[in-house]
Design a protein around this ligand. Structure first.
Ligand SMILES: NC(=O)C1=CN([C@@H]2O[C@H](COP(=O)(O)OP(=O)(O)OC[C@H]3O[C@@H](n4cnc5c(N)ncnc54)[C@H](OP(=O)(O)O)[C@@H]3O)[C@@H](O)[C@H]2O)C=CC1
Ligand SMILES: O=C1OC[C@@H](O)[C@H](O)[C@H]1O
Length: 351
């Protein structure tokens, strides 16, 4: 465990949930932090039954022989160097999303992990959720809404960027600030997991048309239209830090025989979806649709336990990449975001 920020607290709390039926038990062996006192209160608050060693540097975590896998929860501008340091020490790595600032950095990190023979994966926890896995099965195997032709997803947060302290990563371009890399990545993930077909060509980079708006040099709103080469399927992924998005409609997938609408607190934290038949034109030109079937996936915790279990099982079986979020998928997402930023005019120092 590296860093004691928001995501690290969410992740640790789910790691230690009591789950007698789980296939894996996770142990928080060590916490690396810039502030040892904060590290101690973090451990007391989020994993009170564990006894992690608290280190005042990340390097000490990498050197701890009892640590099998390092989880990186620092701001994304630091992911590349944090990953490279952990890999150099021979540790397996799970690194928060966005994996790096751009695709070039991601390739560099994956190459280093390959050379060292260690496991590494991006913590795109949405893909590990049973909800996302079942939705993909319904869409692509069962073809529950017929031929898919369009998908939309929006992630909105309300963040008062001009008044944030300068050391917050949302506030500074040099820290990788921007709605796309922080939250738009989930909207993009919904589009890709809904529209990807079995055709190899459609797993390549789709055609992209994008726009971004900035406050000073911080990107605050992004819109991207994606078009898949072989099937013509289209998706719209949007994100903003200007206002909270609609929890009843985190994503919508349209097919020739119906649609699926996803609900929850935000696109990274869905808790259910509804499968609807198509709309019809009724008497008096009134548009209506039949009742939907709701699929509920509410569960204790925030949902990080699914990712933690899958990653642990991958590592235990000797895999060097995630079976759910392969490295090629991380690279593709980073390439799509690179292109959106190229068109939208967002540049980071490491580009
Ligand atoms: N999967 C998910 O749902 C979420 C993922 N994220 C991702 O996780 C990453 C971290 O986000 P979040 O937890 O919100 O960030 P926070 O600002 O809350 O925490 C980041 C932590 O990183 C450490 N850190 C190391 N170097 C720096 C530095 N120079 N400036 C600031 N912090 C530093 C600090 O921990 P310490 O002092 O202890 O070393 C700090 O507490 C981002 O990449 C974000 O996109 C964020 C939220 C949710
Ligand atoms: O990954 C994330 O998902 C949830 C958001 O609240 C958070 O800001 C973001 O980093």
């Amino acid at each position: 465990m590296k860093a004691t920020g928001k995501i690290s607290s969410w992740y640790v709390a789910d790691l230690v949930l009591s789950r007698p039926e789980a296939k894996v038990r996770h142990i928080v062996e060590a916490i690396g932090t810039s502030d040892v006192n904060r590290g101690r209160s973090f451990a007391q608050q989020y994993c009170p039954k564990e006894t992690p060693r608290i280190y005042g540097s990340y390097e000490e975590v990498y050197q701890d022989p009892n640590v099998d896998i390092v989880y990186i929860g620092t701001p994304h501008a630091f992911h590349k160097n944090n990953c490279l340091d952990a890999i150099a020490a021979g540790k397996h790595v799970l690194c928060e999303k966005p994996f790096t600032i751009n695709a070039r950095e991601a390739r560099e990190v994956f190459e280093a992990a390959r050379e060292k023979g260690v496991f590494i994966a991006e913590a795109m926890w949405l893909r590990h959720r049973p909800l996302a896995i079942e939705l993909q099965r319904l869409l692509h195997q069962e073809k529950a809404i017929g031929e898919i032709f369009q998908a939309t997803s929006h992630f909105g947060s309300e963040i008062d960027i001009p008044n944030l302290p300068l050391d917050k990563y949302y506030r500074q371009n040099s820290m990788g600030a921007g709605s796309l890399l922080d939250i738009g990545i989930y909207a993009l993930t919904w589009i890709v997991l809904s529209l990807d077909s079995e055709l190899e060509a459609d797993r390549a980079k789709p055609k992209i048309l994008a726009a971004q708006t900035h406050w000073e040099d911080v990107e605050i709103t992004s819109t991207a239209i994606l078009q898949y080469p072989s099937t013509g399927r289209q998706g719209i992924a949007t994100s903003t830090t200007m206002a909270i998005g609609n929890p009843d409609l985190l994503a919508r997938v349209h097919g020739t025989a119906g649609s699926i609408e996803v609900h929850g607190s935000c696109p990274s934290a869905p808790d259910s979806f509804t499968l609807y038949p198509s709309f019809n034109m009724g008497a008096g030109d009134k548009v209506f649709r039949g009742e939907g079937k709701k699929y509920d996936f509410s569960a204790p915790g925030r949902g990080f336990q699914y990712q933690a279990d899958n990653i642990a099982l991958d590592v235990l079986s000797g895999r060097l990449e995630s079976s759910i979020v392969p490295q090629s998928e991380t690279i593709r997402t980073m390439e799509i975001m690179d292109e959106i930023r190229r068109q939208g005019g967002t540049r980071y120092p490491s580009d």
